[in-house]
Design a protein around this ligand. Structure first.
Ligand code: AMP
Length: 370
């Protein structure tokens, strides 16, 4: 019983990967669920089950986006846990319903197989009170569950641990600023293996500039669009989540396109690139101040792993902080690697993230303790 099936259920897609020990023995992506592909998540999971060899399946690990303030660790799914995750839907209306559907269908189609929920928010439950609180009336915040939860937790956990391993340092004595720059993007200050603060907050909208999300804005923009612009709340939600970020600034959410256009002198793409990278730099500086001592800055995810120009621009001029990028090392490709010059006070690293592997690993820890 050594196989773990990892499921990442979105509203219209199911990403899966089958692990045997640490090895991947199957993977796939079922798309257009309910819109031309499989009729529903039942059909999608049935498809996966016939594609994957599930003999010796020990458990299914599910990615769940929002664990609220209830879940601080991977959790075996019981009826009670399922209900608690359902209660969190108002906090993550775009994500948790699909995650729940995946769990519900997997429990039904694989009776007797333990189902484990891995929460994107869990790694950040170690954030101190000052990192979790918004400076608003505490009675209002408490009533509506308004606090900073943070996301991308499995990625920040995995990448910060791998950074310590790459540098041959004990995790508990290593402070890392992890920069998960993908279509969604977030920064995290990891102190001795624990999340101290992260840039996403109550939802994945706060913080860095992303492919289609604005990241930090003045909340007054929302009132202004509502009162003066006459936009509805759902329209504003759509604007900030799906038509902002790189997309809003330059009409494209793919950093490769932004870079190509910037190289060709396109002004909108140049502005988008600058807003994106300067925002990251601002967070690096803020998190360096909050950590006090920084041992490493680590880039991960689609943009972070692949874009040398973004990495260079995000850290340009930080030499006074001991942070520098070696141009040749930055330009070279590869897996886990250090791209700072020899002898630099702060190691700058690139670590390919692997959220599915981390989910499988965490699922195994739950099996081992139950
Ligand atoms: P992720 O969400 O981690 O899969 O990241 C996806 C994003 O990575 C894409 O939208 C691209 O913008 C970006 N990306 C992938 N490859 C490159 C590359 N070679 N250079 C710049 N950006 C890239």
């Amino acid at each position: 019983m050594s196989r773990i099936l990892v499921l990442n259920c979105g509203s219209s897609s199911v990403k899966w990967r089958l692990f045997d020990g640490p090895d991947t023995v199957g993977k796939g992506l079922v798309e257009r669920v309910g819109t031309g592909g499989p009729a529903d998540h039942d059909a999608a999971l049935s498809e996966i089950m016939s594609a994957a060899d599930l003999s010796g399946l020990a458990a299914v690990g599910h990615r769940v986006v929002h664990g609220g303030d209830r879940f601080s660790a991977p959790t075996l799914v019981t009826d009670e846990v399922f209900a608690a995750v359902r209660d969190l839907v108002p906090l993550a209306p775009l994500h948790n319903p699909a995650n729940l559907t995946g769990i519900e269908v997997a429990r039904r189609l694989l009776p007797g197989v333990p189902q484990v929920a891995i929460f994107d928010t869990a790694f950040h439950r170690t954030m101190p009170a000052w990192a979790r609180a918004y400076a608003i009336d505490t009675s209002v915040a408490g009533k509506w569950g308004i606090q900073r939860y943070g996301f991308h937790g499995t990625s920040h956990a995995y990448v910060s641990r791998r950074t310590a391993a790459l540098l041959d340092r004990p995790v508990e004595h290593t402070n890392v600023i992890t920069l998960h720059l993908g279509n969604g993007a977030s920064a995290c200050a990891v102190a001795g293996g624990h999340s101290l603060i992260t840039s996403m907050g109550m939802s994945p909208l706060e913080g860095l500039v992303m492919g289609t999300r604005s990241g930090d804005i003045d909340p007054t923009i929302i009132f202004h669009l509502r009162r003066v612009g006459g936009l509805g709340v759902d329209e504003i939600d759509d604007l900030l989540n799906r038509r902002s970020g790189l997309m809003g600034l330059a009409g494209d959410n793919d950093m490769r396109e932004i870079e190509a256009r910037r190289d060709a002198g396109d002004e909108a793409a140049t502005l988008a690139f600058d807003v994106y990278c300067q925002r990251v730099k601002g967070y690096v500086g803020a998190y360096a101040a909050l950590l006090g001592r920084v041992d490493a800055v680590t880039f991960t995810a689609g943009v972070g792993e692949n874009s040398a120009p973004v990495r260079e621009a995000c850290l340009a001029g930080l030499d006074p902080f001991g942070i520098a990028v070696d141009p040749d090392r930055n330009a070279a490709r590869g897996g886990e690697r250090v791209i700072s010059p020899d002898g630099a006070r702060v190691a700058v690293c690139v670590i390919p993230t692997d959220e599915e592997l981390e989910i499988a690993t965490q699922t195994r820890t739950v099996l081992a303790t139950t």
